[in-house]
Every structure is written in C-alpha cells, then in structure tokens.
Design a protein around this ligand. Structure first.
Ligand code: RB5
Length: 149
C-alpha cells in the first residue's frame, strides 16, 4: 500500500514525523508537501495528494493541517474520497470498519506524534466490515453523483 502524504505549515512537523514512521515500517509513501513551516494554503496540498489517489498512483491519503478539519473538507469534495478526521484510535478504528476511510486527516495541533502513530497504525490495519456499511456508503456515492453532475 502506498500512502500519499500532504500537510500545510501547521501540519508540517507531524507529517514529517509520520513520514519517518512509515519509512521505519517499510510502508511506501509519497510526500506532496508542504516542505517547510512557511504559511501556505492547505487546500493546494490536499488536492495534490488526493488526486494521486484518484489516479491510482497511491492507495490512500494521509493529510495533516492544524486541526484536520480543513483537510477533510477539501478531500471530501472529491468523488471517491472518504476522508475521516480522527482524533484517537477509536475514531480511526471506526473510520475503517464502518466508513471504509481512504483518507485520514489529522490535526498537527491536536495530537502528539506518539498518539498519531497509533492512530495511523489502527487506520492502516483495520478492515472494512462491508454489509450494511457498504449499503450506506453506496447511498453517499449516489448523493455525490446527484449533487456533482
Ligand atoms: C492554519 O492556521 C489552519 O487554519 C489550518 O492548518 C487548518 O487547521 C484548517 O482547517
């Protein structure tokens, strides 16, 4: 599984730590920036990472801004992206089991690196349950088709 990583300035430090962590785990990752803590717009970096997922170059995206909110708002504008803001391992677990999350968003000002590592582990390892949850995701997909055509 290849992960597309991106952050803004507020998420830069956490993204850097998580990139290192993925490397340690032997998980391929592509870093779409930003590459410093100079102030930029999270939107532009989210787009790059999410589009790499939609093109099939990466399997999932991991996006970090100050709160994780802005990144999730941008990512969820893209049809086929199921972005979930997770503040703890429980949310990460549920985001996979019930929501089939393919985009994790984190807040660099919300969670320390050690907690973020656990969230990422859970998000990477937990399997989607399907069944009634797949039916619900289908309804969301239908909404995307209806609202974005
Ligand atoms: C930047 O100050 C901050 O607004 C951004 O990182 C993010 O938290 C937006 O949702």
């Amino acid at each position: 599984m290849t992960i597309a990583l991106a952050s803004d300035h507020a998420g830069f430090s956490l993204k850097t730590g998580l990139l290192e962590y993925l490397k340690e785990k032997g998980i391929p990752a592509r870093d779409f920036g930003t590459f410093s803590d100079e102030r930029i717009d999270y939107i532009d970096y989210a787009i790059e990472a999410v589009e790499a997922v939609l093109r099939g170059e990466c399997d999932r995206a991991l996006l970090v801004c100050g709160t994780g909110i802005g990144m999730s708002m941008v990512a969820n504008k893209f049809r086929g992206i199921r972005a979930t803001l997770c503040l703890d391992e429980y949310m990460a677990d549920m985001s996979r089991r019930h929501n089939d999350s393919n985009c994790l968003t984190l807040g660099g000002r919300m969670v320390p690196l050690d907690e973020a590592r656990l969230i990422v582990d859970t998000w990477l390892e937990t399997v989607f349950e399907g069944g009634r949850h797949a039916d619900r995701l289908k309804k969301i997909e239908e909404l995307e088709i209806k609202n974005f055509k």
